[in-house]
Design a protein around this ligand. Sequence first.
Ligand code: SF4
Length: 374
Amino acid sequence: MNYSNSLNHIWNKFKDPERVKSLVNIIKKEIEKYGKPINIMEFCGGHTHVILRNGLDELLKGYINFVHGPGCPVCVIALERIDLAIELAKIPDVTLCTYGDLMRVPGSNRMSLLKLRAEGYEIKPISSAMEALKLAIENPQKKVIFFAIGFETTSPHTAVLIKQAKKLRVKNLWVVCNHILALVVLEYLLQTEEKPLIDAFIGPGHVSTITGSKAYESIVKRYQKPIVISGFEPLDLIQAIYLITKQMIEERCEVEIQYTRSVTPEGNIKAKEFLKEVFNIRRSFPWRGLGEIPYSAYEIKSEYEIFDGEKIFKVSVNSGKENPFCLCGKVIKGLSKPTECKLFGKACTPQNPIGPCMVSSEGACLAYFKYKRM
Ligand code: SF4
């Protein structure tokens, strides 16, 4: 067996329908012993898509209630931050760059970065933070602003970008930091008055490669909810659900790692050092659907403030109101399913999205539109 065949062999194991089916049957028997369905929030939007694409929700109907969580970085960006990106992009000589999905998210009056680009403004989608550095170096006459978004998965990349820009003495690159903290919002969900029924969490796989599993221990202790950190193949998720089921039956409450091929208890120590060196925690940050959450996002430290686009470029933002019929706020909190929204699949489609959950490749509305539309 050559190298690529052996890799395929390994990956196919994680998708093997027979293994999935047999584990599903074991889970069902265990839950029958337990006596009632288990409410599991999959925090990460990537997991939501795997669950729906592979019909895991149908396979476990009546046994597991999947509650979709806020772990989609594009979906939780507040309207006023989208409006900020739009205003920044209008500054003369600015090239604004950001991750692709964000360009289609509507701000106030349904304006988006994509629509603004069609009006002739320079807005570029990028797929890695380092592309912003390349853009700045290759276009010295331009002011390049990187509108950085994402959870702990992407924030170390932005930290490295800022460090590198300092080292190379780049004078035409700024970062507007929107990096947010997954664990803070996970805990916030457990504290808010209007919260969904959650017995346990499937922990986010990619975020946890950085944070490590130990970061969740205090939350698990405080709120007595098991967390199992999962990978992104069907069998990963089914195994994670099995581990949660075992914890519930045995009345244990622990952090477990199913995704052992990527996640360790300590996480990525080097990446965490970069984060500590470049960022402080903001006192408060706005989240879509969740409002202002204290200490839930990063800001650039004063040592690196010459790269802080929010301090350098002062623009005024007058945000309008969200579409009153869009349920993104409730979808993000796990309080509503996308199909409960009156606009779903009618006025709101991936071609004509009204809220961010229909735009992002990790959005719950897009997952329902792709995999569950009747
Ligand atoms: Fe918002 Fe569209 Fe989802 Fe409704 S279907 S909640 S309008 S994104």
